[in-house]
Write a protein that binds this ligand. Sequence first.
Ligand SMILES: [Mg+2]
Length: 230
Amino acid sequence: MFDLYLFDLDNTILQIPNPSEYFDNILNETLKKLTKNPELLPNREKRNKFWFSGEEYIKLLESWGIIDGPYFWKFFDEIDYEKRMTLSEQGKLCLYNDVKNVLEEISKANKKLALISNTADYIVKFILEKFEISHLFHETFGLGYEKDQEVAKPSPEGILYVLKKLNFDSTKSRAIMVGDSRLDVFAAKRANISACLIKRDLNKYSSKNGWEVHPDYEIEGLDELFSLEN
Ligand SMILES: [Mg+2]
């Protein structure tokens, strides 16, 4: 086993129905709320570029007539939070079936657990409390709208912050980041820890063309974590 298990939240632990529609709707609503030039608002095809724009996202927002980057995330997070509350009340937002067991097993084996998310910190905390898994994590790292799109994955900063807080010593211990996207894989490799891509279904990521780095492991369910050779 590894000594430290770091998990992504969305679509690794928490199942968000139709995630690309979900996040595009939030993006679209946020843009509509903040724009002073509705005629500049982008269509879906243009909005899709947003998720891969990295640190260029502010320029992209500007080209769409949105000038205030930090406020953008404040509104984005508020809409995200509202939607998650509604969906969880309707029972449409849930943990994957294997999550509780696997997290508890890791915890019982006296290994450490942490969570590294690009979602707002207060939303991460709300979800962990709501699904009663908060106590299983030694550290969590989510974003806050004032600091930190620049520390969002694929930056390794969140992982490095948590490793430091947990006094992780790479000469004595092994750590693994488990996530469903290439952002998770890239962040893990930049932080010099193992990367595990969780696919949840076979067809996801059948091609990884254009990926900057590749995962050390690929799994379909979390219980496979226990059989990884390290
Ligand atoms: Mg994810």
